[in-house]
Design a protein around this ligand. Structure first.
Ligand code: DSN
Length: 422
């Protein structure tokens, strides 16, 4: 075999043992920790197979039937399948599956509906919104005028009357709803009423709850909105990417906003993986999975409260909860570090009425999607709640964290993420 050919065939382990080792270490880290990051999950092997296929080397600027390169007959079929599956699952008139991430999907949505300098009304990141909804440090706030609503600092809930008042004041061209850290059901019909009243477009970013929407466990924003965006890797449990769903009237502008305005060639391997993932959504197993995600989140909230901790809004309607640490006077940065010592992975997060900063907020966000994927149920949730409470209530006790870590590893061994090797 010539040298170039042998380079093509050589296995990762032999060619690059450093990267191979780090991937294995990351696999082991996942296997031995309990992942409560609400935005993460473990994609199915069938989708992983698609993303590591020949499609990784393909260029396909344009859309099915309108490409700039030849040789794309299979790629066109794959992308068309992804598009039709996305439309069917969410009841959308049009779908674009090319956006590389949720942030790009959101910016494409704005650019297809707005002129530069137009007014947006969206949710503040500190109240549970997202960077790409127009945070000060994000490009969106440089391209558009952005006014942001929050939640009621006492109840933690969206105050629709106040949002309406703000809309009447600032007269936005676009109202954005959807959140990264809001544990309650979002009333899209109410948002639609507000947007209509002020003559604005309505967009929803349903990234966190898309799996709940797909299975009928959360109202579907699609009938109420001009555009709906979602990432694919949270409750949807696919590999990392994004979908943009819209009314037919916005389709051409939206497609042009993704390509050629923002992106070049899409990542077709991931589009194939997303098509596979979309096929999972209508299975009995996935519907049952989402039912268990919800039950686990509810039980975690109830048990943490029983153990004396404070849950913002008093509970959860979805896959995540916000633990308010202000009564314990310990910040979320410290708690997330202490929990990591016990092999429990969470992220620090601001909570309603938070007196801390973005770096040191007085809360953490806990999500049930990943741990439910590996099969954890009510018995394990009760243990996890106790471990979290023990770590928070005894922050000086290093020996306790070491004991919990051993128990977590023991539990994780009983629930491998993948039961066979890749
Ligand atoms: N970073 C994601 C989250 O954790 O919610 C959103 O993009």
């Amino acid at each position: 075999m010539d040298a170039a050919r042998s380079l093509l065939e050589v296995k990762l382990r032999e060619f690059d043992p450093q990267i191979d080792r780090l991937i294995r270490d990351e696999m082991r880290r996942n296997e031995e920790t309990i992942n409560l990051i609400a935005s993460e999950n473990y994609p199915p092997k069938s989708a992983m197979k698609a993303i590591s296929s020949m499609l990784s080397g393909v260029y396909s600027e344009g859309y099915p039937g309108e490409r700039y390169y030849r040789g794309l007959e299979n790629i066109d079929k794959i992308e068309s399948l992804a598009v039709s599956r996305a439309k069917k699952v969410f009841g959308a008139e049009h779908a674009n599956v090319q956006a590389l991430s949720g942030s790009v999907a959101n910016i494409a949505a704005y650019l297809s509906l707005l002129e530069i300098g137009d007014q947006i009304l969206s949710m503040d990141i500190g109240a549970g919104g997202h960077l790409s909804h127009g945070a000060k440090v994000n490009i969106v706030s440089k391209l558009f005028r952005v006014t942001q609503y929050g939640v009621d600092p006492h109840t933690g809930l969206l105050d629709y009357d106040k949002i309406r008042e703000m809309a009447l004041n600032v007269r936005p061209r676009l109202v954005v709803c959807g959140a990264s850290a809001y544990p309650r059901t979002i009333d899209y019909a109410r948002f639609e009423g507000i947007a209509r009243e002020v003559g604005a477009y309505l967009m929803a970013d349903m990234a966190h709850i898309a799996g709940l929407v797909a299975t009928g466990n959360h109202p579907n924003p699609v009938p109420h909105c001009d555009i709906v965006t979602t990432t694919t890797h949270k409750t949807l449990r696919m590999t990392r990417g994004a979908l943009i769903l819209c009314r037919q009237e916005h389709a051409a502008k939206l497609d042009r906003a993704v390509f050629p305005l923002l992106q070049g060639g899409p990542h077709q391997a991931n589009i194939a993986a997303i098509a596979v993932g979309l096929e999972h959504l209508s299975t009995y197993e996935y519907k049952d999975y989402i039912r268990r995600v919800l039950a686990n989140a509810r039980l975690l909230a109830t048990e943490l409260q029983r153990l004396g901790l404070t849950i913002s809004t008093g509970g959860t309607d979805n896959h995540l909860l916000l633990l308010d640490l202000s009564p314990q006077e310990i910040d979320g940065d410290r708690v997330s570090t202490l929990l990591e010592e016990a092999n429990i992975i969470v992220n620090k997060n601001r909570v309603p009425g938070d007196k801390g900063t973005a770096q040191k907020p007085f809360g953490i966000r806990l999500g049930s999607p990943a741990l439910t994927t590996r099969g954890l149920g009510p018995d394990e949730i009760l243990s996890i709640a106790r471990w979290i409470a023990d770590v928070i209530l005894h922050p000086e006790d290093q020996a306790l964290r070491a004991r919990i870590r051993a128990e977590v590893i023991d539990l994780c061994r009983r629930f491998p993420i993948y039961r066979s090797t890749f």
